[in-house]
Write a protein that binds this ligand. Structure first.
Ligand code: BES
Ligand code: MN
Ligand code: ZN
Length: 505
């Protein structure tokens, strides 16, 4: 059976205080800023290239605009073949996020050129530990290729050796190495989530998804339990069972626990991810155009699984529970039909108006279960609504929840981690759209405010507990170039890991 492809795995990154003059590499990547002066700290590098940098800046062939690449040979006998100067924009606008993306873009360029020994030179005003982590993260993300099913012509090969050149005091080396390892684990876990999201649905059925989750998590020391149909029925998860009825593939609930010895009993972070391995829409079937994308309707679940892995590998001192309800949404002869009424594990009844609004159904039972298992702080993540794509495009995830303080923590953490999300309202008035004549709730609220009414639906299953909901319908799938691969983006992994770390403080 196929497991993680080698391009999702990232080899150890080395951090060194050496000067570029002493490095043996095929290529050193160096960020340059707009209005950088080669007469200053770039003098040595410029000299090594026979002043090619200076000439390029003077002729304005190179201006330092973001992601612009200027590749030039080393001519002075250093043991490095070439230098790739990469535009970093204005020095004053340089952020961790920009640095992370530049490192990815540079490493992707290097792979394209079949570089084996790659070095990244740290420049700019970001505090060193943070800069090293961001560079490691970006470089790790660049290891990913989505070509595991190409039998012959494969994409650019992986870099074999990666070195981060970061000067600074000698006694801080081990702290910098730890930050590089943190960045590597974050990037690699994100790659794993991308790979899962990219898997076609004939390969990644709910039960195979659960097996892969168990492999990934157990290797990292996470406890995994996979609930089958009988246990799901015993728990009364009628919403999940309702969605899975139309499919020949049985549903699963993947339950993961990170319980480090000595962690406080509270808080307990509960991560819940939508795991629809393919969404045809069910009887309310989707149009054929673009339906293939619906193989990634488990991207939220993949983010939860791979975040659990990273949280365990990084020994975050906090109890974390992950819950991923997994199913197909198919229009089989036993399928859920519009007008059917389902009873959730929480006891609430739902009139199903549209079988394509399946994500909120399975998450309703998933959220209930995470709370039942003791989560005090919930976050769910789901490719939930096309309306979220209309509202925020592919740049930002829609964020909902309660109380405002918890939502703000999630927003801020996402901003810092490189997984941006933006708050949307949950005013009571929207709840009217979900009123049913015959049950407690409708599963859809019509077209207006589609992502908000979906969030309102979920709110009915978390009553009281701090809860945030991320609608990643727009952000789960990347468009490609210069720093994101086409396909699964891994959105959420880095946010959750940093959330676990900050909640543990
Ligand atoms: N998985 C889809 C949402 C989606 C749409 C994700 C586009 C990624 C890209 C979800 O299950 C769905 O079908 N939502 C419906 C809800 C509607 C029927 C109320 C939608 O958004 O159209
Ligand atoms: Mn759907
Ligand atoms: Zn869906």
């Amino acid at each position: 059976m196929l497991r993680m492809s080698p391009t999702a795995v990232v080899p150890a990154l080395e951090v060194s205080g050496a000067s570029p003059a002493d490095v043996e590499a095929d290529l050193i990547a160096v960020p340059i800023f707009e209005s950088d002066d080669p007469a200053e700290d770039l003098r040595e590098l410029d000299g090594a290239t026979g002043n090619a940098l200076m000439r390029a800046l003077e002729s304005r062939e190179v201006e330092g605009r973001p992601y612009e690449i200027f590749l030039t040979p080393v001519t002075n006998g250093w043991r490095t073949g070439r230098i790739a100067f990469i535009g970093a924009g204005k020095r004053a606008d340089f952020t961790t996020e920009r640095l992370r993306k530049l490192a990815t873009a540079a490493a992707l360029q290097a792979r394209q050129r079949r570089v084996q020994r790659f070095a990244w030179l740290n420049r700019g005003d970001i505090p060193l530990p943070e800069a090293v982590q961001a560079a490691a993260e970006g470089l790790a993300l660049a290891a990913f290729s989505g070509d595991r099913y190409k039998s012959a012509e494969r994409a650019a090969p992986a870099l074999e050796e990666i070195l981060i050149l970061a000067g600074g005091p000698e006694d801080d080396r081990s702290a910098l190495e730890a930050r590089a390892e943190r960045g590597r684990i974050l990037g690699e876990s994100c790659n794993f989530a991308r790979e899962l999201a990219n898997e076609p649905s004939n390969v990644l059925t709910p039960s195979i998804f659960a097996e892969r989750a168990a492999d990934i998590c157990r290797a990292a020391g996470v406890t995994v339990e996979v609930l089958g149909e009988r246990e799901i029925a015993q728990l009364g998860m009628g919403l999940l069972l309702g969605v899975s009825r139309g499919s020949a593939e049985p549903p699963r609930v993947i339950v993961m626990r990170h319980s480090p010895p000595g962690a406080p009993a509270s808080p307990v972070l509960g991560l819940v991810g939508k795991g629809v391995t393919f969404d045809t829409g069910g009887i309310s079937i989707k149009p054929a155009d673009g339906m293939e994308r619906m193989k990634d309707d488990m991207a939220g679940g993949a983010a939860v699984i791979c975040a659990m892995r990273a949280i365990a590998l990084l020994n975050a001192p906090i109890n974390v529970i992950g819950v991923v309800p997994a199913t197909e949404n198919m229009p089989g002869s036993r399928a859920l039909k519009p007008g059917d009424v389902l009873t959730s594990a929480s006891g609430k009844t739902v009139e199903v108006i549209n079988t394509d609004a399946e994500g909120r159904l399975i998450l309703g039972d998933g959220l209930w279960y995470a709370k039942h298992l003791g989560a005090t702080h919930l976050v769910d993540v789901a490719t939930l609504t096309g309306a979220a794509v209309v509202a925020l495009g592919k740049v930002t995830s829609a964020l909902f929840g309660q109380p405002d303080e918890w939502v703000e923590i999630v927003r801020r953490t996402g901003q810092a981690a490189g997984d941006r999300c933006w708050p949307m309202p949950l005013y009571d008035e929207y709840a009217d759209q979900l009123r049913s004549e015959i049950a407690d709730l409708l599963n859809t609220g019509g077209r207006p405010a589609g992502s908000i009414t979906a969030a309102h639906f979920l709110q009915h299953f978390v009553n009281g507990v701090a809860w945030a909901h991320l609608d990643i319908a727009g952000t789960a799938w990347g468009a490609g170039k210069p720093y994101t691969p086409k396909g699964g983006s891994g959105f959420g992994v880095r946010l959750f890991v940093e959330l676990a770390r900050s909640l543990s403080r």
